[in-house]
Design a protein around this ligand. Sequence first.
Ligand SMILES: [Zn+2]
Length: 329
Amino acid sequence: MRRGVLLAWLAAAAAPLAAQDEALPYIDIDYAAERAAIGRYQDADQRLQDVGWQLARANAPYCSRIVPGIGLQLQDMASYGAAGIARRALGLKGNFAVQTAARGSPAALAGIFTRNREVARIETLDPNTLPAAERFEWQRLAKVHDHIEAMLTEHGGIAITFADGGAARVQPVEVCASRFELMGDGDKAVADGARVVIGIGFPAFAYPEEEVFAALVAHELAHNVLGHDAWLDEHGRSDRNVRRIEREADRLVPWLLANAGYDPSAGPRFMRRWGAKHDSGLRMRRNHEGWDERAEHMERELPLVQDLMAREGRADWSQHFRREITPER
Ligand SMILES: [Zn+2]
């Protein structure tokens, strides 16, 4: 799945006009409507980042790969088809602004990373000076996020300067090494080892209970923290192998949820609610078990998870979780 295509979709769903080609003959642009459309996309992204952060932060003690994080996501106007419309809709002079600060993260606790606040410099780097394609540019934002992570790793903190003259230095905390990205179109959820990518059309975005939505995010995060993508690269993506890693991801969901302060039984609740309506396509591919079996695999983990939480206050899956595969080192 190619990211450039994803972000083109993202832009298309986020902002009907800003997403279009710059050359379209627009005369009456409703900038308030553009801003509202971008805002709806940002609301969904905020929900994903809040939940993703909570899971990745709380499970860091058990993850084999951890990174320093501050929970800050930026946005780049060049990712839209019409950067000029997007800039004007959000009131920006340059291309970079705050997208989300994940709830409870150092960025959120700093209290200054408000949505759409324009960012002028990251340490000494003005991100606007990085080369970008004319439109639907997605690599530049990924580079900026890589730069933030590198600064945090090297310096144990990062200085951000806003276009309005404000500035702050933020210290990171450790999180499991996975990013969370919202796709502006589609209803898929995938994990590629480094990222969890969820389409804005995924049914769980409409579930009101956060913990049930979190179960979906936890399933995808499980693939990354259990090293599934690398294992499949090594052992092949046969139906049998995919079933094994899917089952293992399902079984880890209650553990990840419990550590993050969610009810671990939200795992099977998610599976029953989603599966009863939506899993026929997966079942036809024959590499996923039926949703009822998948919910049962999750349920069988509950007594162990609940017992550990009661006795130790944590569910250390690096010690107590029974693996279905032997991961690559
Ligand atoms: Zn999966």
